[in-house]
Design a protein. Structure first.
Length: 128
């Protein structure tokens, strides 16, 4: 049986891509890797991972995912910083979804920062 492909769109099996971040056996090395792993966590329904990778200064106490929303694809449009040696970075992306039979997309410019040596989601601005 072929392995399940990662929802982030890398083309890799989940276990070799974002799955290793979700299960704690790997750590995202760049802001883009963290963003992709967070998109995959939304697609797979993993709120604990999302909270764990949220910067402590902006992290909510709880997170409830919309079970009626199905994430269907991710386009990374631009990145700045967020490299192995950076302390901050941004990722612009478009995340496609289906809800109530209607397709849509979330277009966002997200900021990431290192906290205790690990990349964390800081905040994002929705783009029209």
């Amino acid at each position: 049986m072929p392995s399940r492909r990662c929802p982030c769109g890398s083309g890799l099996p989940l276990a070799e891509c974002c799955g290793r971040f979700h299960d704690g056996s790997g750590t995202p090395a760049t802001a883009e890797q963290l963003m992709r792993s967070r998109y995959s966590a939304f697609a797979l329904g993993l709120p604990d991972y999302l909270l764990a990778t949220w910067h402590s200064s902006t992290r909510p106490e709880r997170l409830e995912l919309d079970v009626g929303l199905r994430w269907t694809g991710l386009d990374v449009l631009a990145t700045t910083g967020g490299t192995l040696l950076s302390s901050e970075g941004t990722v612009e992306f478009r995340a496609h979804h289906v809800v109530d039979g209607r397709t849509g997309a979330q277009h966002e410019h997200s900021r990431f920062a290192r906290e205790h040596g690990r990349w964390r989601y800081l905040d994002g601005v929705s783009l029209a």
